[in-house]
Ligand binder design. Structure first.
Ligand code: GRF
Length: 196
């Protein structure tokens, strides 16, 4: 047995509702992971306050203060080094990580994306699904590889698109499922890692 509970670093840029869902799951006795660090690239991310109120280490690395992505990521790596992190969780983190960073964490970075990948990579997923007249949307947790929104899928959940949906109403319905599948994906990964 390698570890009892995975140590997570959750990267955010904003609201932090997915981070909160993982935090709530981690309070369950049988949840195989805990959040050791929340890291935001934006000083005003509301999710930082959620982490602080929960007594979790919350750090901010403002990308605008670095001359290059490499410098920004070097600072992130320095912060991570203090926490013996097993898994990096991207939860509404609005910075693209370089291949060099991603390759330092093979199958150790996961992301949640608000579409049924491989459909609708990138932004504006809900509006694009509505514009295409789709009857289903959804969300996906996947491993992060250098190519955007393209790594192996871990969990996916389908959500019906209703006749009166707007991008906002659809986003809200999908978000409810995001909050379920992200903890589920972490359980799945932890199960495999802890057994190995
Ligand atoms: C979520 O919809 C997630 O799928 C996307 O960004 C949003 C983040 O929301 N990647 P939150 O900050 O977790 O509330």
């Amino acid at each position: 047995m390698v570890v009892q509970r995975l140590k997570l670093a959750v990267f955010i840029s904003g609201r932090g509702s997915n981070m909160r869902s993982i935090l709530e799951a981690s309070r369950l006795r049988d949840f195989p992971a805990e959040i050791s660090l929340v890291l935001s690239n934006r000083p005003d991310a509301p999710g930082l306050l959620i982490a602080q109120e929960a007594g979790i280490a919350a750090e901010m690395v403002d990308h605008t203060q670095y001359a290059s992505r490499a410098d920004f990521e070097a600072e992130i790596s320095r912060r991570l080094a203090d926490y013996e992190i097993d898994l990096i969780i991207l939860a509404g983190f609005l910075r693209i990580l370089t291949a060099s960073f991603v390759e330092q964490w093979p199958r150790k970075i996961i992301n949640i994306h608000p579409s049924l990948l491989p459909d609708y990579k990138g932004t504006n997923t809900h509006q694009r699904a509505l514009d295409d007249g789709r009857s289903e949307a959804g969300c996906t947790v996947h491993y992060v590889i250098p190519e955007l929104d393209s790594g192996e899928i871990i969990v996916q959940k389908r959500v019906p698109i209703l006749p009166d949906d707007t991008a906002e109403s659809l986003a809200a319905r999908v978000l409810v499922e995001e909050h379920k599948i992200y903890p589920e994906a972490i359980r799945h990964i932890a199960g495999a890692l802890i057994k190995s």
